[in-house]
Design a binder for this molecule. Structure first.
Ligand code: C5P
Length: 292
């Protein structure tokens, strides 16, 4: 079985509070994009993982895909295993939910391969136990995401948005960015998620661009100043707005049309190696083939 595990972008990310367990409650407008990893699953005697593709990632128990398979296996007391292969395209340490998307694809795929017939709700509960971005990746499309990432409100989206995504520097660690956020002398301004939702439903990329924002930028840019330079460069090459996504270090640029994104891509891929032109999609995980 072969699936695509789609990356996500945050049009807007605001931080509401810090819980006693150290996690932050958030309010975000998040959307899946076509850029994704390919996940192959085959029935096997044990659970195993191999990795390939553009970026190196661990192929051991630290990988969220393995954690997802093991969690599903243990909850359901299955005798069969699975051989998992990940072809990595989503940049790593980018704030694009790459590891979470892989885990979501493994949960959805093994639910079919092992014929478990688990409900969305049951998969969601297992997903949240592994990582806070995985529930969104299971749902995919456009959603308002609250809580620590566990409250997903799907929203309709009849438009396709054209983007350029660039990781202009090394990856960032999510806990390190949240720790830097907590240490800021002054809370950065949160974007209004209500405004972003309204802008999106009113339609058109220009309105959306006007409402974008990410409260974690202020914590990440001092660690990686390339993020700010990259956002300015994308705007120079025609992005309506460019900003960091998630906890970084990837930067997303929103364009009026696919042609404009393609022009900027031609200029930016000469400067940065990890440069991707993509567009939004309504799916978090897509099944490409069910050939065993
Ligand atoms: O849940 P996940 O393993 O993806 O989270 C990684 C880290 O990111 C957490 O250990 C925490 O430091 C931070 N985090 C947070 N608040 C969230 C999600 C993640 O502080 N809502």
């Amino acid at each position: 079985m072969r699936l695509t595990a789609h990356a996500k972008v945050n049009w807007a990310l605001s931080i509401l509070s810090r819980q006693p367990d150290g996690y932050h409650t958030m309010d975000m407008l998040t959307q899946s994009v076509c850029l994704g990893d390919t996940i192959e699953l085959h029935k096997a005697d044990t659970i195993s993982l191999t990795v390939g593709g553009e970026h190196p990632i661990p192929a051991d128990g630290r990988n969220l895909a393995i954690k997802a398979a093991v969690a599903l296996h243990e909850t359901q007391q299955i005798t069969c295993g699975a051989a998992i292969h990940i072809k990595k395209r989503i940049p790593v340490g980018a704030g694009m939910g790459g590891g979470s998307a892989d885990a979501a694809a493994v949960l959805l795929g093994l639910n079919l391969l092992w014929d478990l017939k688990l409900s969305d709700r049951a998969l969601h509960a297992i997903a949240l136990g592994i990582g806070s971005d995985i529930p969104f990746c299971l749902t995919g499309g456009l959603a308002r995401v609250g809580g620590i990432g566990d409250q997903i409100t799907p929203l309709p989206c009849n438009e396709t948005f054209h983007l350029l995504i660039i990781q202009p520097c090394g990856g960032l660690s999510t806990p390190a960015v949240f720790a830097a956020y907590d240490a800021l002398p002054k809370r950065p301004q949160n974007p209004s998620i209500d405004d972003t939702v309204r802008a999106l439903s009113a339609g058109g990329p220009a309105r959306l661009a006007g409402a974008m924002g990410n409260a974690l930028e202020a914590a990440a840019i001092p660690q990686k100043p390339e993020i700010a330079i990259c956002a300015q460069t994308m705007e120079h090459y025609g992005a309506l707005r460019a900003q960091m996504t998630g906890s970084g270090s990837a930067v997303i640029g929103l364009f009026e049309t696919g042609d404009e994104a393609a022009n900027a891509y031609r200029a930016c891929c000469r400067i940065w190696r990890r440069c991707y032109q993509t567009r939004t999609t309504n799916y978090g995980v897509t099944l490409i083939s069910d050939i065993k």
